[in-house]
Design a binder for this molecule. Structure first.
Ligand code: MN
Length: 291
């Protein structure tokens, strides 16, 4: 059995976080056998934080919160007001994560999720570092960690590779800032599924598992055996969360930010059960290597 807690992204089940949607997400996450659920905070004004926390605790589920920013609230901007709006979103989201009972807040905490039309500016990068230094200090005071999710070039211009992310984390300079690898993004940007894992090593804090088209695990061409071997080589014991998106379940914001234009599945609960079985077998299989 895996030493890693296995998680599932809430958007496998529902596009928003109204009370009825949260109840459905938690019920289906539990039924599918996962240890934790990841909520995107894009829809956070609708989220009943204490009610969700109580439901998670009643179900015995852990929680991780994630988000990206937007072009009007973006800490990688050169514009001070835009940076301030981004910083405010991050501080609010950290408080929501804490309110949910989570200790890990991750995602594209450093920029909008979307296509930038120019490279990151020097001033923009300095703004990212300054805001995340402050957020990391606040998180450390709460016993929480921040994740830097490495996203592909069409979703950010701040960090596209593990090497970029480590440089950014070094500049932020707080040891509660961890790296978040995602197989979907790695497939686009990294040399392979081994070298970035070895490079990040014990600074890896969170993992997203997604196919190259973000559909059913095993229906695409990601080399999960190579990835799980590498995770075992660094003795990664943190969470591994399944992430998949289809036009069958739509968030009015996140689905568009992620360019989810295709229907890759219809039945979220069935997809979630399939993914968990796939992960359990793939992680176990990768450990059965004799030499
Ligand atoms: Mn991801």
């Amino acid at each position: 059995m895996s030493v890693n807690k296995l998680g599932v992204h809430a958007l496998v089940f529902a596009g928003g976080t109204t009370p009825a949607e949260v109840e459905y997400i938690i019920t289906e996450t539990k039924k599918a056998g996962y240890d934790l659920v990841e909520f995107s905070l894009h829809d956070s004004p609708k989220l009943d934080v204490p009610g969700t926390r109580a439901a998670l605790e009643a179900a015995g589920l852990g929680v991780v919160a994630s988000r990206g920013l937007s072009f009007t609230a973006d800490v990688s901007s050169d514009d001070a007001d835009t940076v301030a709006r981004g910083a405010a979103l991050l501080h609010d989201s950290l408080a929501i994560t804490e309110g949910l009972g989570g200790t890990h807040f991750t995602g594209a905490l450093y920029s909008a999720l979307g296509k930038y039309m120019q490279p990151l500016s020097t001033a923009g990068r300095a703004n990212v570092v300054a805001v995340l230094k402050e957020l990391a200090a606040e998180a450390a005071g709460k016993g929480m960690t921040l994740g830097l999710e490495i996203c592909n070039r069409y979703e950010t211009n701040v960090i596209n590779t593990a090497a970029d992310a480590l440089r950014l984390a070094d500049d932020i300079g707080h040891d509660n800032v961890l790296i978040h690898l995602d197989s979907y993004h790695m497939n686009i940007e990294e040399d392979d599924f081994t070298r970035p894992v070895l490079l990040v090593g014990d600074r890896l804090g969170y993992v997203h598992i997604g196919e190259n088209h973000r559909g059913y695990l095993g229906s695409g061409h990601i080399d999960f055996a190579a990835f799980f071997h590498a995770l075992q080589d660094i003795s990664y014991t943190g969470p591994i969360t399944f992430e998949s998106f289809s036009s069958a379940v739509v968030s009015p914001t996140l689905s568009n930010d992620l360019s989810i234009w295709r229907n890759l599945w219809n039945d979220g609960p069935e997809l979630a059960r399939h993914a968990r079985e796939y992960l359990v077998h793939a992680i176990d299989g990768a450990s059965r290597v004799y030499s």
